[in-house]
Design a binder for this molecule. Structure first.
Ligand code: S3P
Length: 184
């Protein structure tokens, strides 16, 4: 398969874990946008936030997404905030099949319980922070997505199997989805 697939959704929706498992089954190269950014910058995302602020991080995220999206045959795990910039939503939608991993705040809290690396989670009340983010971002995920996958509380291997099947069925049911979503 030479089209791209983009996983979008909030922190803790499983973009990285599921993407890593599903990409080889679809014959796609896996790229995690945050990991790629960290590799190129030589520092963690939290350090980029600290030095350049969120605006600096968003600029780097936008440039990298545009570059990665211009390639083919990739399954890309995006950062949870990549849909905030309308230019990114356009790039995503035009260069691949966009799958929203929809989840609940309860689920996010469980999955992110031990996380101390994500700067936007460094809040006294995580539930409140994640709820506010969901209110702001869910309409944007909805706008950018071609397909919605319910990322619920199931073991990772079972969920990866379900996501793979969901993508496969979608591509089979909309035969020109690949062409439309790669702009051909
Ligand atoms: C962010 C999500 C993070 C990372 C950064 C900002 C966000 O990625 O890009 O900390 O704005 O939601 P994950 O969704 O992979 O955690």
């Amino acid at each position: 398969m030479d089209q791209n697939i983009f996983l979008i959704g909030p922190m803790g929706s499983g973009k990285t874990s599921l993407g890593r498992r599903v990409a080889p089954r679809l014959g796609l190269d896996f790229i995690d946008l945050d990991e790629e950014l960290e590799r190129r910058c030589g520092v963690e995302v939290a350090v980029i936030f600290e030095i350049e602020g969120e605006a600096g991080f968003r600029e780097r995220e936008r440039e990298l997404l545009a570059e990665v999206a211009s390639g083919r045959g990739r399954l890309v795990a995006t950062g949870g905030g990549s849909v905030l910039d309308p230019r990114n939503r356009e790039v995503l939608h035009a260069h691949g099949l966009v799958v929203w991993l929809r989840t609940s705040v309860d689920q996010q809290l469980r999955r992110l319980e031990r996380d101390r690396r994500r700067p936007l989670l460094a809040a006294p009340d995580r539930r409140e922070r994640l709820t506010r983010m969901a209110e702001q971002r869910n309409p944007l995920y909805q706008e950018a997505a071609h397909l919605i996958f319910e990322s619920r509380n199931r073991p990772m291997p079972a969920m990866a199997e379900a996501l793979h099947e969901c993508i496969r069925a979608h591509l089979a049911s909309v035969p020109d989805a690949a062409k439309r979503s790669t702009g051909q």
